[in-house]
Ligand binder design. Structure first.
Ligand SMILES: [Fe+2]
Length: 262
């Protein structure tokens, strides 16, 4: 499996607190069946984002894992907060925040509410050559009560990552419910851990993968945890494995004046 959302680097955000915690998290991931991790430190008002610092830490961690014979490849990305400054920087230097500098951008939306103009922001990022991957929409209360906005962004080419723990019910009932609504409609492209520590929000993915395989089929589980995230890791073009349901139909069924009124 490939985990594209993981706060593995120590001392850069609210993820791993020290080097040994990073090593323990990486080993737990490998034991769970993960072969590649994208380290995604926050870039927001609280945590500064420094690619050089992150790269040095990732290299140090990789060296330790190699020495300990842990079969895991560490990559770099960002948990990208949609602040004005971040967006401007991403537009002028698209590789700075994207996964391994290859174009896929993990975008976090606020825990509460949705900022205005998101559709335009995604479009601007795409014009800069980035492919936005929206992280854990199932945990956003506004989308939990109405996920139609998500469809609008997906029609524009935004991809969707759901947290493994939401699928297994460890993120609360509302997140679990929306996660399964989206899975049923094939509106999910990736499962990831969004791991923050060894005990609190640990790196676990195989449990969610198993549940997805049981409920929605092995092929979809494989796409969400392996094929699709690997394309992100390697910066390869994204191929939809299973057509999303009710994504374009809903849109077509509405008359043009109803869409304008909305
Ligand atoms: Fe995160």
């Amino acid at each position: 499996m490939v985990d594209i959302h993981h706060h593995l680097l120590w001392g850069v955000d609210d993820g791993a607190k020290d080097f040994e915690t990073s090593v323990a998290m990486a080993k737990a991931s490998a034991a769970d069946g993960v072969t590649h991790i994208v380290c995604t430190p926050h870039a927001n008002g609280k945590y500064a984002f420094d690619p050089a610092v992150n790269a040095a830490k990732a290299e140090e961690l990789q060296a330790r894992l190699d020495a300990d014979r842990v079969r895991l490849i560490v990559g770099l990305g960002c948990d990208f907060h949609l602040s004005y400054d971040n967006i401007q920087e991403a537009k002028t230097e698209p590789a700075r925040f994207s996964v391994n500098g290859l174009g896929y951008l993990m975008v976090e939306i606020p825990d509460y509410g949705l900022p205005p103009g998101l559709t335009e922001t995604f479009y601007e990022l795409q014009l800069a050559g980035l492919t936005p991957v929206l992280t854990h929409p199932e945990r956003n209360p506004t989308l939990q009560s109405d996920h139609a906005r998500l469809g609008e962004w997906m029609r524009g080419g935004v991809l969707v990552q759901v947290t493994g723990d939401s699928v297994t019910g460890k993120m609360g009932k509302a997140a679990e419910k929306l996660a399964h609504t989206l899975l049923k409609k094939r509106w999910v492209h990736f499962l990831a851990t969004d791991a923050h520590g060894v005990n609190m929000r640990p790196p676990r993915l195989s449990e969610a993968r198993k549940l997805v395989a049981k409920k929605y089929g092995e092929d979809y589980a494989q796409a969400l945890t392996s094929t699709n995230p690997r394309a992100v890791f390697e910066g390869k073009p994204f191929e939809v494995s299973e057509e999303p349901l009710e994504l374009y139909q809903e849109f077509q069924e509405k008359s043009w004046w109803k869409r304008i009124l909305e």
